[in-house]
Ligand binder design. Structure first.
Ligand code: PHE
Length: 347
């Protein structure tokens, strides 16, 4: 009896020293102590050697030990299964989550979409056209016949490989080519904006690039006047730059519009006081515009006696540079993630 008591005491201290670190160890514990060939079964078997008068007491001791071992086993099982990473474990909500990197829109897309959405509210539809264009759609139809000096306003990339002698192909210098395509469709009235990429043979620097983006607009119907043009652009400026921005039109020249103008707004950086951005003038030029030249309408099969229209065109890069405080136009096309990821929450 004394022997049994000692044995159980030493078993208990062995169990008390056991540390449950994983499920495998806990299972080993079960096999060792509670399994069919385990220690508990073994000492139960020794009961038969205990003299009859001590059987009761020994039975109690063994039973108590059995409950102790089972309770410990359950406790260990509980401990490992609540550990994070355990297959059967509950989810540990305090762990940091896996980070999914957020994508972002390109600042040029953000600005282009902003411009488009303002004109869409006025009922303009979006039209897109080819970037590789024939001479006629880019120049000829727009009142710039071959050898017209106005072609020098836009240094052009000609695509020699595609030049079969009859037609010269080029990278469009403005999205006005899309307006020509729209007019040729012959469906009137026309109210479209033409966003897209354009190309000019210019030296690449912080301020200019050989490709950039434009949004141009065209409205043709009966009785469209310069007043309609002004009203449309006023609306655009208020929506884009706010109610307090002032606007001025300066007479200008484009072969495809007459009269033509350039539109300035009060500098949105200094508010018109004069700063480096506006070269101390207080004004920034944002677009060119005018009443569509009758020759252009004629070239595209529209009767200039019946229809009139206005057109305008603006770059996307400059307003984006100013809005997002970017100082080098080359950043837009270098695809540097460190630059691009700054726009994840920009609008
Ligand atoms: N196509 C002109 C440019 O790229 C912009 C413009 C469009 C001017 C329509 C007047 C009217 O410079």
């Amino acid at each position: 009896m004394q022997e049994l008591i000692q044995k159980i005491d030493s078993y208990k201290s062995e169990i008390n020293q056991f540390i449950a670190t994983d499920e495998k160890l806990v299972e080993d514990f079960r096999i060792k102590w509670l399994g069919t060939k385990g220690i508990l079964k073994g000492i139960m078997g020794e009961m038969k050697n205990v003299p009859n008068e001590q059987k009761r007491e020994a039975g109690q001791l063994l039973n108590e030990f059995k409950l102790f071992a089972e309770a410990k086993y359950n406790e260990f099982k509980e401990t490992v299964s609540s550990q994070p990473g355990s297959a059967s474990g509950e989810i540990d909500l305090s762990l940091p989550g896996d980070e999914t990197p957020l994508g972002s829109r390109h600042p040029i897309s953000l600005m282009r979409n902003k411009i488009i959405s303002i004109f869409q509210r006025l009922g303009f539809a979006v039209a897109e056209g080819p970037e590789i264009e024939d001479d006629w759609h880019n120049f000829g139809a727009l009142n710039m016949p071959e050898h017209h000096p106005a072609r020098d306003m836009q240094d052009t990339f000609y695509v020699d490989a595609a030049n079969n002698g009859a037609v010269s192909w080029l990278l469009r210098t403005h999205t006005s080519n899309t307006q020509v395509h729209e007019m040729q469709k012959g469906k009137l009235p026309i109210r479209v904006i033409c966003p897209g990429r354009v190309y000019r043979n210019e030296t690449i620097s912080a301020r200019s690039h050989c490709f950039f983006h434009q949004v141009e607009g065209l409205y043709i119907d009966e009785n469209v006047s310069f007043a309609d043009l002004k009203q449309t652009l006023y609306f655009f400026v208020k929506e884009m730059y706010g109610k307090d921005v002032k606007v001025r039109f300066r007479p200008s020249y484009f072969p495809f519009t007459e009269p033509s103008a350039e539109m300035d707004v009060t500098c949105f950086i200094c508010g018109g006081k004069g700063c480096n951005i506006c070269k101390k003038t207080g004004w920034v030029e944002i677009l060119g515009c005018g009443v569509v030249h009758p020759n252009v309408l004629k070239n595209c099969g529209i009767d200039p006696e019946k229809y009139t229209g206005f057109a305008f065109g603006m770059g996307v890069e400059r307003p984006a540079l100013l809005k997002y405080g970017i100082n080098d136009i080359r950043l837009f096309s270098e695809n540097d993630v460190r630059f691009l990821k700054q726009f994840t929450s920009a609008t």
